[in-house]
Design a binder for this molecule. Structure first.
Ligand SMILES: Cc1cc2nc3c(=O)[nH]c(=O)nc-3n(C[C@H](O)[C@H](O)[C@H](O)COP(=O)(O)O)c2cc1C
Length: 379
């Protein structure tokens, strides 16, 4: 798939997507007014006192870009390469589960938009459609599979095999969710999309899961049991490494020592993330963890970032602090809730434009030059 080079004109973005909320605050506000309160709260809130959720955003404001000029930026190239594959833009679709709470056919809608733009779609373990259904409905476009480890390890291996067979390009193992975070908004509303069955497709269609079901056991109860895996250790990942040919990324790494250990265990990449402040509260904002992890893993190790990306300038800052690409999370859930597939398409189109304007105005012609931009930390 070819990558569009962005050739801007002076005023083109003034009339951009005028039937869609402009900027994160309006997008959030529109979603708040559209969704049932418990659903909006589930998506929007963080764990505990939501300190980490707030800090994720504040961290971006501590860093300022020092722009460069006179570098002939009439054409900017937004493409990136990871494991020899070219993707059109320096962002990917974060794995988000249970999207059926905001849309009838969410997984196809999001995967479709991602495929049409050559953006990797990272499918969550807990989706309404399975790996096979999504790859059949949306055969084109890069797809990665995010794995929540199962307490019955046979299910983890089986899901990874299924993803490999279905042509997925990478596995993302999320390491920060060995149990559910302390989510007070969900407790207040007694809301659990998992219990509603919005994320069961990959399990109920899995032979290892079916085999492990106890006599008369409800599938949802078994999923909840399997999602609890506090016993997960590095050896499990080293074994998983032996099991699949696909590159494995660990999502949720925040400590440089864990980054070192990931490399030792044969992992191929890392996603620096605190799960958007939804798991452990009171922990470091993801952006602050990024520079030291880049320093630890070296210049060429694939390193992605999420938690707090809301606009194009955020993407530029994360890249300048060491990320090769970022994951976009909550904003696309709001876009999906508001206008379905068309909403996600408009959000991504706007983000692409803003990234391109930001590159042009900071003097970076390509992603390599974005990574070399100077950031001033004004904290
Ligand atoms: C409603 C919701 C569901 C999520 N589900 C998953 C999931 O199934 N697997 C996963 O690894 N991360 C999941 N995440 C975390 C995202 O992948 C990502 O790390 C997070 O949204 C980044 O924070 P941000 O959206 O504030 O930028 C979820 C996030 C939200 C908001």
């Amino acid at each position: 798939m070819s990558t569009p080079k962005q050739e801007g004109s002076f005023l083109e973005h003034i009339t951009i997507q005028d039937s869609f909320p402009i900027g994160t605050a309006s997008l959030e506000e529109a979603a708040r007014n559209t969704l049932p309160e418990e659903v909006f709260s589930h998506v929007h809130s963080g764990a505990g006192g939501q300190e980490t959720l707030r800090k994720n955003r504040k961290a971006f404001e501590k860093y300022s870009i020092v722009p460069r000029f006179l570098n002939n930026v009439s054409i900017v190239d937004t493409s990136i390469r990871i494991f020899g594959k070219e993707y059109a833009y320096p962002f990917m679709v974060a794995p988000i589960g249970h999207l059926k709470m905001v849309h009838e056919e969410p997984d196809y809608a999001v995967a479709n938009v991602a495929a049409s733009m050559n953006i990797p779609y990272i499918q969550s373990t807990v989706t309404a459609r399975s790996i096979e259904e999504i790859s059949e409905a949306v055969p084109k476009g890069p797809k990665w599979f995010q794995l929540y480890w199962s307490s019955n390890a046979a299910i983890s291996y089986s899901m990874v095999d299924r993803a490999e067979k279905a042509g997925y390009e990478a596995i993302v193992v999320t390491v920060d969710t060995v149990m559910l975070g302390w989510r007070e908004e969900d407790m207040r509303h007694r809301y659990s999309p998992l219990k509603k069955g919005y994320g069961k497709a990959n399990y109920v269609q899995d032979p290892a899961f079916q085999k492990g079901l106890k006599d008369g056991q409800d599938a949802i109860d078994s999923i909840i049991e399997n999602l609890h895996h506090p016993h997960l250790v590095w050896d499990n990942l080293a074994e998983l490494r032996q099991h699949t040919k696909l590159p494995i990324f660990l999502k949720g790494i925040l400590h440089p020592e864990d980054a070192k250990q990931a490399i030792k265990s044969g992992m191929d990449g890392i996603i620096v993330s605190n799960h958007g402040g939804r798991q452990m509260d009171g922990i470091i904002p993801s952006l602050e963890a990024l520079p030291s992890i880049r320093e630890t893993v070296g210049r060429d190790f694939p390193l992605l970032f999420d938690s707090g990306i809301r606009r194009g300038v955020d993407v530029i800052k994360a890249l300048a602090l060491g990320a090769d690409a970022v994951l976009l999370g909550r904003p696309y859930v709001y876009a999906l809730a508001l206008q379905g597939e068309a909403g996600v398409q408009k959000l991504f189109a706007n983000l692409v434009q803003e990234i391109s304007v930001s590159m042009t105005l900071s003097g970076a012609k390509n992603i390599q030059e974005v990574k070399q931009l100077t950031l001033k930390n004004s904290k």
